[in-house]
Design a protein around this ligand. Structure first.
Ligand SMILES: [Zn+2]
Ligand SMILES: [Zn+2]
Length: 288
């Protein structure tokens, strides 16, 4: 029964070796989705970051493919899409890390790709404080919280998500890991604060007409919860915001991770459909 539902859904968030912190090639991700009877696999590796030493982004080099890899990534993905189309739908996209204030650097490059991609995930992986960008990994987050306090750092993160939604020069179809600022740890004192911040964002999400991913990466790390957490998903449902399934796999074996659990949770919350994307169009799939 469950496998017949999986056939109807897609995993719209996967990476591969190009981003320097994932393993496996595109074919392995596609194969794992097929093996797990998932109907659609979305390839969405990290889009190149605009690096510069002065604003601290040079350190983010290990987080994305290089500019010169974009064309070969797209060509290989398209070849595999054709090759496997009898067995599985392959959708091609990118996860684009939003860097507040650098939208104009992405816009022309992303616009050029429009004919060759199915969707874009827009995610905030960094916060900008004092004109420097900091990742939310590798101790950066701890350092920032120690220096500026949790509320300032968390607010800054949600402010960046808001800016991403308001930016006309930052194109996206899906918001990646909406409450990622938790990054594997939960601070119960901050939960209400986070819910309030997200509550303020919801009208902008609605206005922008994008989907929010339900990302299972948090189930695999010490956080043991979804990004975003259940309370946020309930809020999204209240506002009728479309959702998309995502594993954020950085290893082929994690494709579709926890999807049964997510499907039963979202149905319990009240969702009777999820969405996918093809050639930048949102497509609804009924969950019954
Ligand atoms: Zn990644
Ligand atoms: Zn991400």
């Amino acid at each position: 029964m469950m496998s017949s539902i999986l056939k109807k859904v897609g995993d719209f968030h996967t990476h591969n070796y190009r981003c320097n912190h994932a393993t496996g090639n595109l074919d392995e991700y596609i194969y794992n989705a097929y093996k797990k009877s998932i109907g659609t696999i979305g390839l969405s590796d990290h889009f190149p970051i605009d690096y510069s030493k002065s604003d601290n982004t040079l350190r983010l080099k290990q987080f994305a493919m290089k500019n010169e890899e974009v064309n070969s990534y797209l060509a290989e993905a398209e070849l595999l899409r054709q090759k496997h189309k009898q067995n599985i739908n392959v959708r091609i996209g990118f996860e684009v890390g939003y860097l507040a204030g650098k939208e104009d650097k992405y816009f022309p490059r992303i616009e050029e790709l429009n004919g060759s991609i199915d969707y874009l995930i827009g995610s905030v992986h960094t916060v900008k404080l004092k004109n420097r960008y900091w990742s939310l990994k590798n101790g950066d987050l701890k350092h920032l919280i120690k220096k500026y306090g949790s509320k300032r750092v968390y607010s800054q993160y949600f402010d960046n998500v808001n800016k991403m939604l308001l930016s006309e020069n930052f194109d996206l179809d899906i918001i990646g890991h909406l409450d990622y600022i938790k990054n594997g740890s939960e601070n119960s004192n901050l939960n209400n604060f986070i819910l309030k911040e997200i509550g303020n964002l919801i009208p902008y999400i609605k206005e922008r007409g994008v989907a929010v991913e339900i990302n299972t990466q948090g189930l695999r790390n010490c956080y043991k919860k979804l990004y975003p957490c259940k309370k946020v998903v309930e809020k999204l449902f209240e506002y009728n915001i479309p959702i998309v399934l995502s594993s954020d796999a950085h290893n082929p074996k994690d494709v579709g991770y926890g999807f049964e659990r997510v499907l039963s949770l979202i149905k319990k919350i009240g969702y009777d459909s999820i969405v996918g994307f093809e050639k930048r169009k949102m497509i609804y799939t009924a969950l019954n």
